[in-house]
Write a protein that binds this ligand. Structure first.
Ligand code: GDP
Ligand code: MG
Length: 227
């Protein structure tokens, strides 16, 4: 049976988490913590090693991971509708029963200054740990310019039309909150909507969540650098 015909409460696999975000929102930190806690799959755009057809290669890798991983996090910014359309179309072609959940890091234009402060503080403080940015090799001004580009081009999720009307669930997240808080929020929403995904796992407590974020922020190092 196709996943599309299943009730959300009976879904046990073929779920793709799609962040909608800009640089420094904490996408990778939250993703790594979810991997640590639940053994879900995670693929980062910066780990695509081919030069041509990168979007397709990204979608194909996420599709392949769904063969073994019940949930896969498609870790890139997906900040424009055309990126979301490409990801959803290409994965759906490979895996027709896939369901998409938006990790929607809400970017209201009126909140841009607070988002700038939060994301810049994180990236500039810990930039050597960031796969896309690599603070050590770029000036602060160059980093800020790259981040501004993403914020300028950001197209908010609009569930009233394509491609965003495909999302099975939208989890609204605040980019100015800590990744620890966002992690707890995502797990709560996923558990509420897709209880069968968690039927064989013990739900993490506060100590487990703290430890997963601590690991994601301090022990994980990106293993592939773009230059
Ligand atoms: P992404 O660009 O959205 O993938 O953001 P990352 O998850 O890579 O986070 C950007 C930087 O901020 C990384 O160096 C993280 O370790 C760090 N970071 C992530 N979440 C938090 C947080 O809640 N607090 C602080 N202080 N730093 C964070
Ligand atoms: Mg990242």
């Amino acid at each position: 049976m196709e996943n599309g015909e299943l009730d959300a409460k009976d879904v046990t696999r073929n779920v793709v988490l799609v962040p909608i975000a800009t640089i420094g929102c904490g996408k990778t930190t939250v993703a790594l913590a979810l991997v640590k806690l639940f053994g879900w799959g995670h693929f980062q755009n910066d780990d695509v090693k081919v030069k041509k057809g990168r979007p397709q290669a990204f979608a194909d890798t996420v599709s392949n991971m769904l063969i073994v991983d019940p949930v896969v996090i498609a870790d890139r910014n997906n900040h424009q509708k055309r990126e979301r359309a490409q990801l959803i179309d290409d994965i759906s072609r490979n895996v027709p029963q896939a369901r998409f959940v938006a990790l929607n890091y809400v970017h209201d234009r009126s909140n841009y200054d607070a988002i700038r402060k939060a994301t810049r503080d994180r990236v500039l403080a810990r930039g050597d740990n960031h796969q896309t940015i690599q603070a050590g090799s770029k000036s602060q001004d160059e980093i800020i310019e790259i981040m501004e580009g993403f914020m300028y081009r950001f197209q908010p999720l609009d569930p009233s039309e394509g491609p965003d009307d495909v999302f099975d669930l939208v989890i609204d997240m605040d980019p100015t909150l800590s990744s620890r808080d966002n992690l707890e929020f995502v797990i709560g929403k996923m558990h509420e909507n897709y209880p069968a995904l968690f039927q064989d796992v013990e739900m993490p407590d506060d100590v487990d969540l703290d430890a997963a974020i601590e690991w994601a922020m301090n022990d994980y190092k990106p293993d592939f650098k773009m230059d």
